[in-house]
Each structure stands twice: as C-alpha cells, then as structure tokens.
Design a protein around this ligand. Structure first.
Ligand code: ATP
Length: 268
C-alpha cells in the first residue's frame, strides 16, 4: 500500500501526518485555509500544508499550478493585487497579518528565482550582513565562511560581481544571502531553473545539508525528477489544489507521478 495521499479523496491533514521523514516531527510552518484569487480566478485553495523541523518538503506541479502563488502567499509577497486569505503560522505564531519584511524577520525567508542577488556588488559584498539586521535568539545566522563551506564555488568567485555570475552561482549566492538572515524556514522558488544538470543536483543536495542542520525547507520545483531525490515529502498541486501528497519514496512509485513527471509509466 502506498502512503502517498490523494488529498481530494481523503482530506489534507490526515495525509500530512502520514508522511515518514527523518525530521524531529515538530511543526515549524503551518499554512491553513490559504487561498489566493486574482479577480474571479482562484489561483490557490489550500486546506493545509505543514513543514516540520529539519524536513524538506517539495511542491511540484505543472506551469500555472499555483506553486509560486503558494510560496508568495506564505512569504507575504504578492504579484499584482490578489485577494489572499488564510492562516500562516511559524512556530505557532500567526503571521498572516504581517507584511513580507516582518515575516522575513520572523524567519520565513523566500529565495525567488535567482533574484536575491545584487548585480553591482561582489560575491563578498553580497555576503555581508547589512547593518541593522535584527538578530533573534535561538536562530542560526550563517556567516560568510559557512556559506563558502556550503558552496565552495562562491569562495572561488568571491571577487566577481553578482552580474558576472552564472545562473547556478547566482542561485547559490541568493541562498547564501537568505541563510545569513537566519531562516527558520527557507523557501525556494524553482532553484533549478536554467541550471546545468550537474548544478541542479549540487544546489538541491544542499537542502539535505541544511535540513540536517535543523532548518526546514519548502522547495518549489518543476523538475520533479531532481526534487524527488532530495525531499522528504512531496506535494503535488493542480489548479491551485493539493491533489497528492506523501513521502517522496512512495510518491516515486505512484503512477500519477511516475507517468506524468518521471517518464516511467507502469505497465499492468
Ligand atoms: P510557473 O511554474 O509557470 O510559474 P506556478 O505553478 O508557479 O507556475 P503561478 O505562477 O503560481 O503558477 O500561477 C498560478 C495561477 O495564478 C495561474 O493561473 C496564473 O495565471 C495566475 N496568476 C499568477 N500571478 C497572477 C497575476 N499577477 N495576475 C493574475 N493572475 C495571476
């Protein structure tokens, strides 16, 4: 029997609890009843999503499924003027009335597609914590050296301008900058986009290192094949709704994932 869950049939909370991961089991991020609508069009209608301490959760789905809408809504960002409703809790604290910068300060950090990098500043300068950053107790703020340990390529490129970096290097730098801001939950929107296959696995495998440091990761990916190798749990979105959710190991064998995304249709 598969532990992967059909949310349409069984409801979100039950399946979320069913996932077996190596995490501590403590819920860090919880979004409930989250909905986003543009005019009369519902882009997202989510019953419940949780990410536990030290867990990597992948959100996958086709173009327009609502993946970016989901992480943007959690982070408090909006493109255009959507109507957003629902609750976002971080370590039990309700954040949904807060603007994006205060959610970030609370530890909800979103790395958009390679956009968290200053092109006119060097790698070293990008990895300099801006003055006035609020340091909260109990969180890990990575320093430049620990970012370089995570991504040795950035050390080699430390004197280069952000604008001179490759897509993969920019992605690493964006993640590094977010880590310096002390995330409780790191959210990444399609970090593999435009990257060479070797770099895709370098960047995604880093998520496992971060999770073993106790960080919680919410990873939006279109590259299901790559994502499934590194996530603990996978959530499949279709038209803004969770249609399938479960431990990655079991989702790999689910015919809906295998046929649509992995190109390994199961013969019966
Ligand atoms: P992609 O991988 O192509 O970015 P996605 O899964 O991230 O896809 P979203 O970008 O979240 O999907 O879009 C979800 C839905 O919301 C789509 O139908 C999209 O057209 C709609 N949408 C997103 N942003 C806006 C906006 N600013 N105005 C109107 N509709 C929007």
């Amino acid at each position: 029997m598969s532990g992967a869950r059909d949310a349409t049939a069984h409801g979100a909370a039950a399946g979320a609890r069913a996932g077996a991961t190596g995490s501590s089991g403590r819920t860090v991020l919880e979004a409930t009843g989250l909905s986003v609508a543009y005019g009369g069009n519902t882009a997202l209608a989510l019953e419940r999503l949780e990410v536990r301490e030290g867990e990597v959760v992948g959100v996958v789905g086709a173009n327009g499924a609502g993946k970016s809408t989901l992480v943007n809504a959690i982070a408090g960002w909006s493109r255009g003027t959507p109507r957003v409703a629902g609750a976002v809790r971080l370590d039990g604290r309700e954040l949904s009335s807060l603007p994006a910068h205060l959610r970030a300060r609370a530890g909800l950090l979103l790395v958009p597609e390679g956009k968290l990098v200053f092109g006119e500043m060097t790698v070293d300068e990008n990895l300099t914590l801006p003055g006035g950053v609020h340091v909260a107790p109990g969180r890990r703020y990575y320093d430049r050296e620990s970012v370089f340990e995570l991504f040795p390529r950035l050390r080699e490129r430390r004197g280069h301008l952000g604008a001179q970096l490759s897509g993969g290097e920019r992605q690493m730098l964006g993640i590094g900058r977010a880590l310096m801001l002390g995330p409780r939950v790191l959210m990444l929107d399609e970090p593999s986009i435009g990257l060479a296959p070797r770099l895709v696995s370098t960047v995604l495998r880093t998520m496992r290192t971060l999770a073993s440091d106790g960080l919680s990761v919410l990873l939006v990916e279109q590259n299901v094949r790559a994502a499934i190798e590194v996530v603990d749990r996978l959530v499949l979105l279709e038209r803004g709704r969770v249609v399938l959710e479960g431990p990655a190991a079991e989702m790999r064998d689910d015919p809906r994932i295998a046929q649509a995304y992995l190109g390994t249709g199961h013969e019966t």
